[in-house]
Design a binder for this molecule. Structure first.
Ligand SMILES: [Fe+2]
Ligand SMILES: [Fe+2]
Length: 239
């Protein structure tokens, strides 16, 4: 099988897991994987990373989500290797893709350029307003935030995670983008956003729709940056 066809199959497999299996299908239709792939390809172009490994790793990075935990380096590797068993990849390709998947949550320092890029592309989804929405979504649907009663410590958990991840960024370009998409948000507004997001996340409303629904609670600047994060229109600023 040529690489183009292999990537097509990988894309179908990854989207099926993300939309139909992870979180019992609650995030069906969300565009996270497509954005991560586009950001990873953008970063790969800038750094000369292997395009095939980067794209495959980006598509597959969240494949451990149905297990309820995608933070475990070894388990992430095991799961993706099992999924790719019938894909006729050579050992080197298999190991390189699995490396990208294994360290994407920043719990272990990424070892290869491609793994650094997949990691950074995922961190950019956990930056700025998009990061607040997405991490609240994950915590709510992992039972770690009670959508009926969002507390100050939940808001702190979300905001702290975003800072924790930004500190692990690996590539200079991703660091620049992270700075650009980051917006200041006061605790009171953050609590409103986390509360509204948690309520919608629990009902299975996807990121992109939540972003529209919370628009009126954001400043002009916050809305502008969030829009750029969702559309990736900021690419043109980092040519
Ligand atoms: Fe993840
Ligand atoms: Fe992800």
């Amino acid at each position: 099988m040529n690489k183009k066809n292999t990537l097509k199959k990988i894309k179908a497999l990854a989207l099926n897991i993300d939309h139909n299996i992870a979180f019992k299908g609650k995030s069906k239709g969300n565009k996270h994987l497509m954005r991560v792939v586009r950001v990873a390809e953008f970063l790969a172009q800038k750094t000369g990373a292997d395009q095939f490994i980067t794209t495959a790793g980006a598509f597959l990075h969240d494949t451990a989500l149905p297990s309820g935990n995608d933070y475990n380096y070894l388990q992430n590797k095991k799961i993706v290797k099992r999924l790719l068993k019938t894909f006729h990849l050579n050992q080197n390709e298999l190991d390189s893709i699995a490396e990208c998947v294994a360290s994407h949550e920043g719990t272990v320092k990424p070892k290869t350029l491609e793994a650094k890029i997949v990691h950074d592309a995922d961190v950019l989804e956990k930056a700025g307003l998009l990061g607040i929405i997405r991490h609240t979504w994950k915590l709510t649907n992992s039972g770690k935030i009670n959508h009926n009663m969002v507390k100050d410590e939940d808001v702190k958990k979300v905001l702290d995670h975003i800072v924790w991840r930004s500190k692990r960024l690996q590539t200079p370009m991703a660091k620049k983008i992270q700075k650009y998409v980051t917006v200041s948000i006061d605790r009171r507004r953050a609590k409103v956003i986390v509360s509204l997001t948690a309520g919608m996340a629990f009902k299975g409303i996807i990121t992109e729709k939540i972003a529209v629904a919370i628009r009126k609670h954001l400043t002009k600047q916050q809305n502008k940056k969030l829009k750029e994060q969702l559309s990736l229109s900021y690419f043109s600023r980092f040519k």
